[in-house]
Write a protein that binds this ligand. Structure first.
Ligand SMILES: Cc1cc2nc3c(=O)[nH]c(=O)nc-3n(C[C@H](O)[C@H](O)[C@H](O)COP(=O)(O)O)c2cc1C
Length: 409
């Protein structure tokens, strides 16, 4: 079991958040290299756009190596004709941080100028934009720069004030770019309004179980762990304290506050029963075997029969069990995977097990197990609450959590 409860509270707080760094041409662009490292440490996904001038100070390769993503500079560099780079980058980003922001770039932002990739991406942004100015103190106190900063504030840009001290030019004064850790902190803080699950303890199960037939063979299913992991990440992004119990999975598990790995249905049940009492919200996403071989054999079953019969016995129903234990304030969400008669079966499951919500996934080409997409319908005791087209599992996770929050309000 990995337990991260003791960690610095800012660790992983940008878990999978998409941050676009726009680096413009000031000497302090070298500090933005450390900023990228800091953001990656916090768990963010980082992409970088540089102005032409910025590349005179630090090479794109440095940012590419640290961010593990290609760096874009040229507005007309159409590597991928299926998308327009400035629009794609702007809509990808959840936050844009302009660091360093030169006096020139700040002026361009104010005027809405879009004459290179960096300025065009910022102009096309719909997400919050943070700006970390860096310049010589003369440039900083220049009335035009100060006017521009006020304009940006009025435009709801978040200004990260420069500090005072020795400047790159040797002068002492105000204009030093804020330190990378402080900029990272401001980016983290900018998500605070979205932390609607702050103080909420969420328990999630994900992945599949494996039931041994003998020492080399097992019975399992095709669950990849994606849906549960997406929920864990979204819940963490919304400020929840997340405990994750996962069976066998195809992907690395997110670094939740507590991560427990299990193999069999019995281990899954024990882990859930151990942690359930301490959670506010429980998501039973894991695909736990309904049946397990009645007698798992030592060694290896011989290939000496034409027809082999393996007796299976029913496993314990974890969802039903926890629903019997749940207190008035706890909410339990079950997941159902159906091939047909989905709605009726989902409502039957909800009533039989007495859970608060059922999320139905239909088995389909782009929905259900082993694919990154899903098509979900959410039910509560009153019936169907909402239904989605095929969407990513990340999107599905967001919709599920939003629906539960609406129930709490
Ligand atoms: C050595 C050197 C250092 C510079 N440092 C800064 C700086 O810290 N801040 C700034 O606003 N401009 C600085 N400049 C000026 C910018 O590079 C210049 O205004 C450029 O046009 C900015 O282009 P951009 O905003 O497209 O990146 C510096 C120029 C040089 C040659």
């Amino acid at each position: 079991m990995r337990n991260h409860r003791g960690k610095n509270k800012y660790r992983e707080s940008l878990n999978e958040r998409k941050i676009l760094l726009v680096a413009t041409g000031g000497i302090s662009v070298y500090k933005s290299v450390f900023l990228v490292r800091e953001l990656i440490r916090e768990g963010a996904r980082v992409r970088v756009v540089m102005s032409e001038s910025a590349t005179r100070f630090v090479t794109p390769l440095t940012f590419e190596t640290l961010s593990k993503n290609p760096v874009r500079v040229d507005l007309f560099d159409q590597r991928d004709i299926s998308s327009v780079p400035h629009v794609e980058l702007a809509s990808w980003a959840e936050r844009i941080i302009v660091a360093p922001a030169t006096a020139d770039f700040i002026a361009k932002m104010c005027a809405g100028i879009a004459d290179d990739l960096a300025s065009t991406v910022v102009c096309a942004a719909r997400c919050p934009v943070l700006v970390a100015p860096a310049m010589n103190d003369g440039m900083w106190i220049n009335p035009a720069t100060q006017r521009n900063i006020e304009t940006l504030r009025g435009d709801k840009r978040i200004i990260i004030q420069p500090g005072s001290g020795e400047l790159a030019c040797g002068d002492i004064g105000k204009g030093r770019m804020a330190e990378p850790e402080d900029i990272a902190r401001r980016i983290i803080d900018s998500f605070a309004g979205e932390r609607k699950l702050g103080g909420t303890k969420v328990l999630i199960t994900a992945g599949r179980t494996e039931e041994d037939i003998d020492q080399v063979r097992y019975v399992s299913n095709r669950s990849s762990g994606r849906m549960g992991f997406a929920l864990a990440r979204q819940a963490m992004n919304m400020g929840a304290e997340v405990s994750l119990i996962h069976g066998i999975v195809d992907l690395p598990a997110p670094e939740a506050n507590l991560v427990k790995r299990v193999k069999t249905a019995v281990e899954m049940k024990e882990a859930v029963l151990e942690l359930f009492g301490d959670c506010d919200l429980f998501f039973m996403v894991a695909a736990v075997a309904d049946y397990t071989p009645a007698l798992s054999k030592e060694g290896k079953i011989k290939r000496d029969k034409d027809i082999l019969t393996i007796k299976m016995k029913k496993t314990d129903d974890i969802l039903k069990r926890v629903c019997k234990m749940k207190s008035k304030s706890q909410r339990v969400v079950g997941f159902a995977l159906e091939a047909d008669g989905g709605g009726q079966n989902a409502m039957k499951k909800l009533k039989e097990k007495n859970c608060d919500f059922i999320v139905l996934n239909m088995i389909g080409e782009r929905s259900g197990f082993s694919v990154p997409t899903n098509k979900i319908t959410i039910y509560d005791e009153s019936g169907e609450l909402l239904s989605t087209p095929v969407i990513t599992k990340e999107e599905a996770a967001g919709i599920i959590l939003k629906e539960l929050l609406a129930d709490r309000e």
